[in-house]
Every structure is written in structure tokens, then in C-alpha cells.
Design a protein around this ligand. Structure first.
Ligand SMILES: NC(=O)c1ccc[n+]([C@@H]2O[C@H](COP(=O)([O-])OP(=O)(O)OC[C@H]3O[C@@H](n4cnc5c(N)ncnc54)[C@H](OP(=O)(O)O)[C@@H]3O)[C@@H](O)[C@H]2O)c1
Length: 319
């Protein structure tokens, strides 16, 4: 097992800008956000083919005049291309107009596909559960990207402890990073500790609790990190926005948050939060106690025929 730490060589910046505009923000707006984010100092961008904006985001990156080695770009292979990761990566590189990606992830550990924007009860009739042999094959072909110089590091996303244990047991090379949902109301302590104990870098998506996610991604049980009294009180004490507390919590904990915003005041504020003083141990203890195990991105559309509910995707028991 080769252990890769992405902190050797060119380091990964401790905060990145998300680029998933979802239903709310089209490619030109996301590209403008990338331009503005570069101006205020972002050097890390979380991209994916399925976000449908790699051309526009790539143009913004290239027009910035930044040397390629001065910024970090993550890409992801979408579920319908697990069998052709090299072609998928080449397509992303072409769309982005880049020679290489710093990190390339398997977006989800299932090959189950859906068209963008479908309702949560929409299902791929060909959907299957996690099949370890197939995933291993996809993971092994990711290595070709590194060998060909198209990608510096490879990683996973939306994994569980159980799936990562299998991967670490059977793969020749371990993931450099795992991208996972992480915010104060969804701290994923067991997975976070497993990942860090194994030298895998945790990248935290939806770090603010994804307050702008579409209606179809909301359920009545969801809670709001930004309205949590503990977060609000720490924000008041520091004279910052609750979103900045979530970013500080992430960075102080040792994960890399990738907040999304198209508003300069917001992404500038997140960058400042990530690069200024961390939270105190007492504040971290307070936030450790407000975990609600509130998964927001449940992934229902990836369910296979016969699955009980979305918890099956995460190796949990249905309630
Ligand atoms: N690997 C995966 O499967 C996966 C899944 C989901 C997301 N991601 C990545 O993670 C990124 C972020 O996730 P996300 O967009 O779901 O969640 P998020 O970053 O937690 O929430 C983004 C929203 O928060 C608001 N916001 C941003 N900065 C703020 C600030 N400083 N103060 C107040 N509000 C602020 C904005 O709302 P308004 O628009 O209302 O201003 C923005 O649209 C995505 O863009 C994507 O790159 C990856």
C-alpha cells in the first residue's frame, strides 16, 4: 500500500471555492465567482464534470494569468463513466483547458446515473448497490492518470468507513483525499477519524450546511448550522457571520472546506475566516457537542431497485 500525502510537494490550499451552481447559478455566474475569488486570493477550486460549467470555469482560471503551479484544481469522474476514467479525465482537461488536475476523485462509489435536476424519487432502472470488484477496477484505472501525468493525486468521495476499509485492504494505492459532507451538524466523527488516521486528507463539502440547496434536497428533519445558537453565539463573540464560524471550525479541525458562493462579500469573508485566527479549544469543544448527524446530501437518486431507503447508500440501517 503506497501512502500518498497531498501535503508533500505542492501543498493543497486550506480552503477551496466550490463550483456547483446547482439550479440557482448558471455557468457564467460561477465563472465570475472564480474570477473574483482569484482576485481576493483563492488558489483552490473544486470542479466536476457533472456541474456542467468546466468550460466557463476553465476559461476564468486561464484568463487569470496565474501560473498553473500556483493554483489547485480538483476534478471528478461522474457515475456513468466509471468504466472509462481516462476518457472522462481527458474530457474534463479539454473543457477546463488545463494540462493536468491536482486531484481527481471518483465522485460517488456507485455507477448509478441520473439526469441533472431530477426529482428525488427518480431512479435509474439500471442502478446497482456498491460492487467492490467493480469499484476496485475503476480505482485501479485512476492510477493510469497519474502515470500519464494527467493527474497528481487520486481520491474518493462520498465513501463510508466500510467501503474505505475494503479499498485500503485491496487496493495497491490508497486515496490521497476523501471528499465528504462535513459541517457542524454533520461531523461524521467516525469517518473523519478513520480518514485522518490513515493519512487520507479530508475535504469537506457543504461546509455551511448548504443553505441554498434546492427544495428537492430538503427534508423536514434537516437542521440549519447557521442558526444553531452555539454557532450564532461564537459568531457574535468574534463579530463575524455564523458562516465564518463554520469555516473556522473546519480549518481548526484539520479538514479542507470548499464553500460555494457567487457573492464577493461571502467568498472573501470565508477566505478571511480560513486564514485568520482559529477557534479556541473551548469553542471547538462546544461545537463538538452540537453534532446532529444531519446528512443533507442523501443521494436518494442513486438508489437501486430493492434498496430500503437512502441509508443503504451509506451502509447504515434504515430507521
Ligand atoms: N463531492 C460531492 O459529492 C459534493 C457534493 C456537494 C457539494 N460539493 C462541493 O462542495 C461545494 C459547496 O457545497 P454547497 O454549495 O452544497 O454548500 P455550502 O458551501 O455549505 O453552501 C453554499 C451557500 O451558502 C451561502 N453562503 C456562502 N458563503 C456564505 C457566507 N460567507 N455567508 C453566508 N452565506 C454564505 C450561499 O447562499 P446564497 O446563494 O443564498 O448566497 C451559497 O450558495 C459545491 O459547490 C461543490 O463544489 C461536492
Amino acid at each position: 500500500m503506497i501512502s500518498v500525502t497531498p501535503l508533500s510537494g505542492k501543498p493543497i490550499p486550506r480552503i477551496g471555492l466550490g463550483t456547483f451552481g446547482s439550479d440557482k447559478y448558471g455557468p457564467p455566474q460561477v465563472a465570475d465567482a472564480v474570477r473574483g475569488a482569484i482576485e481576493v486570493g483563492y488558489r483552490h477550486f473544486d470542479c466536476a464534470a457533472v456541474y456542467g460549467n468546466e468550460r466557463e470555469v476553465g476559461a476564468a482560471l486561464r484568463e487569470s494569468g496565474l501560473a498553473r503551479e500556483d493554483y489547485w484544481v480538483t476534478g471528478k469522474v461522474w457515475n456513468n463513466r466509471h468504466h472509462e476514467v481516462v476518457a472522462a479525465c481527458e474530457d474534463s482537461l479539454r473543457d477546463l483547458g488545463l494540462d493536468y488536475l491536482d486531484l481527481f476523485l471518483i465522485h460517488w462509489p456507485f455507477p448509478n446515473h441520473h439526469a441533472s435536476g431530477v426529482a428525488v424519487d427518480s431512479r435509474d432502472p439500471h442502478a446497482v448497490p456498491y460492487i467492490h470488484e467493480n469499484f476496485l477496477r475503476t480505482w485501479a484505472s485512476m492510477r493510469k492518470l497519474v502515470d500519464r501525468g494527467l493527474v497528481r493525486y487520486t481520491g474518493t468521495s462520498n465513501m463510508t468507513v466500510r467501503k474505505l476499509q475494503l479499498l485500503l485492504r485491496d487496493a495497491e494505492v490508497q486515496p490521497a483525499a476523501n471528499e465528504m459532507e462535513l459541517h457542524p451538524h454533520f461531523q461524521q466523527r467516525e469517518l473523519f477519524e478513520f480518514v485522518t488516521a490513515n493519512g487520507i486528507l479530508p475535504i469537506g463539502y457543504s461546509p455551511l450546511g448548504s443553505p441554498s440547496r434546492p427544495e428537492r434536497d430538503r427534508t423536514s428533519d434537516d437542521t440549519s448550522d447557521l442558526d444553531d445558537p452555539v454557532i450564532v453565539e461564537i459568531a457574535r463573540a468574534h463579530n463575524i457571520h455564523p458562516a465564518d464560524v463554520c469555516i473556522k471550525w473546519a480549518v481548526t479541525r484539520g479538514q479542507i472546506p470548499i464553500p460555494f458562493s457567487v457573492k464577493r462579500s461571502q467568498y472573501e469573508s470565508s477566505l478571511r475566516a480560513a486564514t485568520s485566527e482559529p477557534l479556541t479549544p473551548a469553542e471547538m469543544d462546544q461545537i463538538a457537542k452540537i453534532d446532529r448527524n444531519c446528512r443533507l446530501i442523501k443521494g436518494q437518486v442513486f438508489l437501486w431497485p430493492g434498496a430500503a431507503d437512502w441509508r443503504d447508500l451509506w451502509d447504515e440501517q434504515p430507521v
